[in-house]
Write a protein that binds this ligand. Sequence first.
Ligand SMILES: NC(=O)c1ccc[n+]([C@@H]2O[C@H](COP(=O)([O-])OP(=O)(O)OC[C@H]3O[C@@H](n4cnc5c(N)ncnc54)[C@H](OP(=O)(O)O)[C@@H]3O)[C@@H](O)[C@H]2O)c1
Length: 253
Amino acid sequence: MTALFDLAGRTAVVTGARRGIGLAMATALADAGADVIGVSAHLEPSGSAVEQRVRAAGRRFTALRADLADRTAVHRLAADLNSGGPIDILVNNGGTIARRPAAEHSDEMWDQVIQVNLSSQFLLSREIGRNMVNRGHGKIIFTASLLSFQGGINVPGYTAAKSGLAGLTKALANEWAAHGVNVNAIAPGYIETDNTKELRADPHRNEAILARIPAGRWGQAGDIAGATVFLASPASDYVNGVILPVDGGWLGR
Ligand SMILES: NC(=O)c1ccc[n+]([C@@H]2O[C@H](COP(=O)([O-])OP(=O)(O)OC[C@H]3O[C@@H](n4cnc5c(N)ncnc54)[C@H](OP(=O)(O)O)[C@@H]3O)[C@@H](O)[C@H]2O)c1
């Protein structure tokens, strides 16, 4: 590992670390040398897959369970995180999706998706980011989406949240770049996780999606690892406010 991508001695918080993309991100950060604090709704207090992977990389792991849909719980989470040692990297990845046409998209779906995917991410970034600014360094990474750029189909709340994250990435980057805090986002393409199970189960959607991906395949969670380490490491010290697509070429079509 060259110094450019070395995360030894760093502490990273990864939300949604229990499975899918967050699990791959936490693993990649540990492989690059970071200790990891994993957060998710159902994270096992010990023995989770993410804990096993981080420990296999020789790094320390802490498990925190929190419901990002519950604002009070997110405040508590932020306070817990700030009461420990300094956090160098915050990966705001935990997210949820509600697939229902706009005319049937209920208040509850809208509120849940906006709270988990946007509001909790702002709250955590504000509370952790303030200390990063005071220390003069830090890395914040959001998991955005292709729907930070496009409208999507039957997911209006999700699109609104992910488009909001793109704006938030730039807003925070503008304020905090001068203080040594890099704020950026990764926009994964279509990745094989629980989030996209329904799409892959629908032969028409699956075929239409595959036909449009220049790389000719769905992404795997591990495809997000390189961009995560890049945006968490000194290699990206002059990268601010970027929403980096990792999408097999989808947006280029
Ligand atoms: N898969 C894709 O194609 C794709 C594309 C673009 C963006 N994304 C984004 O990537 C991120 C990760 O998604 P994924 O594909 O890895 O999906 P996933 O496999 O469904 O994983 C979602 C993760 O978020 C956590 N989470 C969900 N709701 C939560 C809540 N209310 N409180 C706390 N944690 C919560 C889950 O926790 P538990 O495991 O504890 O339940 C899980 O660890 C999301 O932000 C998603 O929008 C995914």
